[in-house]
Design a protein around this ligand. Sequence first.
Ligand SMILES: NC(=O)c1ccc[n+]([C@@H]2O[C@H](COP(=O)([O-])OP(=O)(O)OC[C@H]3O[C@@H](n4cnc5c(N)ncnc54)[C@H](OP(=O)(O)O)[C@@H]3O)[C@@H](O)[C@H]2O)c1
Length: 307
Amino acid sequence: MSARSPGLGTMTLTGGYGRVDPTSAAAVLAHAAQQGVALVDTADAYVGGEELVASVRKACPEHPFRIVTKVGLTGRPGQRLACGQPGHLKRACEASLRRLGGERLDILLLHRVDPDVGIEISMSALADLVEVGKVAEIGLCTSDPQVLRRAAQAAPVSYVQAAMSVLAPVAARKLLPTARELGTTLLAFSPLGRGLVAADRDPASLPIDDARAHTPDIGRVGRARAEDFRRLAKHLGASPVDLALSWLTSLGPDVVPIPGARSREQVSQTLDAQRRPLSLDERWAIEAFVRAINDSPAAPEPTVLDR
Ligand SMILES: NC(=O)c1ccc[n+]([C@@H]2O[C@H](COP(=O)([O-])OP(=O)(O)OC[C@H]3O[C@@H](n4cnc5c(N)ncnc54)[C@H](OP(=O)(O)O)[C@@H]3O)[C@@H](O)[C@H]2O)c1
């Protein structure tokens, strides 16, 4: 992957932040394909996500993109459970293959580390799927460098997925050095702080089916920090969305943001922003902003949604 091969997540399009009409979701994703998206993230836990991605890839053969899917999170939204048992992972892979079509999955990640199953056991099961040709590349979702290291001892880990943004930059400091040492590409999820980078969102005013209505880091600290970032962007004369995504891609070709988007306009902006170079002034200003968060005692690890 390169910084000029932008990524996109599909959780927003499958109702994670409130209902989206499936026809409109397909049109938005087709627009992303036409705009050159290179990597699209989904999961078996995103209801209808794999079907959506498969249908758009089929409908747009002239605009190919790779698909990341994730297994190992069971149950219903709001009541998710990690399941890293090899038998479950292998069955889930078969089910994802049926939904996505084709002979083999491009990229398969373990969605959650199951505390009752050693990470080595879950990752070895994914490695077996590579061995038999069902999956091309594998990885896992974790922000813990030690877990990544253990996973990489058990299996060839090509990708690690973790929350990372200008508002929650801890993974850039803690996880990225280990990922680099292991030759693992970091997929940055929630790179827009679940939308807070772009505009304030009061959890109390969000619809009940929007996961952000129930997410602690959309709370006071996250909103105040986001307001500071938007003020910085205004001072720099740039859009906060552009700055947040171009900062991530400026970290190197081994960092690929997977922003969520619900409209063609949001897709166009998030893909263009990943191709936009960051000026030196912007880089210095954002790095100072990020350093202040990392040095602050109130810098919590980002909350992981059960998504
Ligand atoms: N591995 C995991 O556990 C995990 C967890 C979470 C997410 N993910 C993946 O990461 C992807 C991205 O994460 P995310 O959706 O939480 O966060 P995000 O990219 O930080 O936020 C997405 C939201 O940002 C807003 N937005 C996007 N583009 C915009 C623009 N140009 N202008 C204004 N607002 C804009 C939209 O909010 P509105 O909807 O309010 O318009 C959109 O829903 C997901 O789709 C999913 O694939 C993985």
